[in-house]
Design a protein around this ligand. Structure first.
Ligand SMILES: C[S@@+](CC[C@H](N)C(=O)[O-])C[C@H]1O[C@@H](n2cnc3c(N)ncnc32)[C@H](O)[C@@H]1O
Length: 332
């Protein structure tokens, strides 16, 4: 189970995700993706303060705390249920973890983080398996699921309200840009037509609009793309990432490492471009005869190509399949 990757409606059912032992409970909540690779990039610093901006079920943070006996972690999630789960699951490490309920782009302003600086930071983007598997959270395209999709159910507008209030052109843009849907305008028009008489409330309403647009039953992949696009829009996910990247870079200590796992091509491109730009010595426009910018790289990209889960991990955890991990180190 991974972040965005995750096709709503796929994978385990809520009952199948309930396991007996505490370790299995966390796995049932969310299995951390590329956990060994994350540790390889973050753990060499060993000591000091780390930020897990997407703590979810606490899987990555647990591995970090186990591996580095004296490190401390600021564990952040915008989903209060996720944060409560992580707090419970990481109880044994209590003195070394501080839980903060906020978005990761806001966490960078935390006074403790600003004062001390970070040895490392992790963003494991998207949604957790638990969020996808809980019908009440409204992320999945399983039948009868209410359209909600907010990671923080107490803030912002639900997917149902978004589909009710967004202009037709905004809907089309979301479906095209975030969902790469070739019939984005047609789908937006179909939603506009339907909502005049009856607002879209459940996954079935949205799937029905998509089916009329396509002239046939949509495949799981087609449904997943549209549901994911709406989720990204409802939660402002790209904006949060865009704000967080430079802010995290600036609170890293010298030699500190930023690791990002993305599950959507737009997120991954944003991370790739940011890391590439920060790793260049000169960022002057090419027409300038002499360099007038910083004239030195801010750090180095540690992953020439994104790291992807191997076949064994994907077989164990199919929701990991679209994961792309990139890492960057601030100059010492
Ligand atoms: C893929 S899961 C992380 C799983 C986690 N690494 C683990 O091992 O259990 C993503 C989590 O990030 C949270 N999240 C997504 N975007 C966020 C943001 N902008 N700020 C804070 N939390 C966010 C989601 O609520 C979800 O719990």
């Amino acid at each position: 189970m991974t972040g965005a990757s995750r096709r709503p409606g796929e994978g385990r059912t809520p009952s199948a995700s309930r396991k007996a032992s505490s370790e299995a409970d966390v796995r049932g909540y969310h299995e951390p993706v590329l956990a060994d690779v994350v540790l390889e990039f973050l753990a060499p610093g060993a000591d000091g303060l780390f930020l897990d901006g997407t703590v979810g079920g606490g899987g990555h943070t647990r591995r970090l705390l186990e591996t580095c006996p004296s490190c401390r972690v600021v564990a952040v999630d915008r989903d209060p249920t996720a944060l409560e789960t992580a707090r419970r699951e990481l109880e044994e490490f209590a003195p070394r973890v501080r839980f903060v309920h906020c978005r990761f782009d806001e966490a960078v302003g935390d006074p403790g983080v600003r004062a001390e600086g970070l040895e490392g930071a992790l963003l494991d983007l998207g949604v957790s398996s638990h969020q996808l598997d809980e019908d009440a959270r409204g992320f999945a395209f399983r039948r009868g699921v209410p359209l909600d999709m907010r990671m923080d159910p107490d803030s912002g507008v639900s997917a149902a309200r978004f589909l009710e209030e967004a202009s037709e052109s905004r809907l089309a843009e979301v479906f095209r840009h975030l969902g790469e849907e070739p019939r984005s305008r047609k789908l937006a028009r179909e939603i506009e037509k339907r909502r005049v008489t009856r607002p879209l409330r459940t996954s079935d309403d949205l799937v029905a609009a998509l089916a009329v647009t396509l002239g046939r039953a949509p495949s799981a992949r087609e449904k997943a793309r549209i549901f994911q696009a709406i989720r990204i829009a409802v939660n402002g996910e790209l904006d949060a990432l865009e704000r967080a990247l430079p802010a995290l870079r600036d609170v890293l200590k010298d030699g500190g490492v930023l690791v990002v796992i993305a599950y959507h091509s737009l997120e991954d491109r944003m991370v790739k471009n940011a890391f590439r730009e920060w790793s260049r010595a000169c960022v002057c426009p090419p027409e300038l005869p002499v360099c007038v910018c910083r004239g030195r790289p801010l750090g180095e990209t540690l992953t020439r190509h994104p790291v992807r889960p191997d076949e064994e991990e994907i077989a164990r955890n199919p929701r990991a399949r679209s994961a792309r991990l990139r890492a960057w180190r601030r100059a010492a």
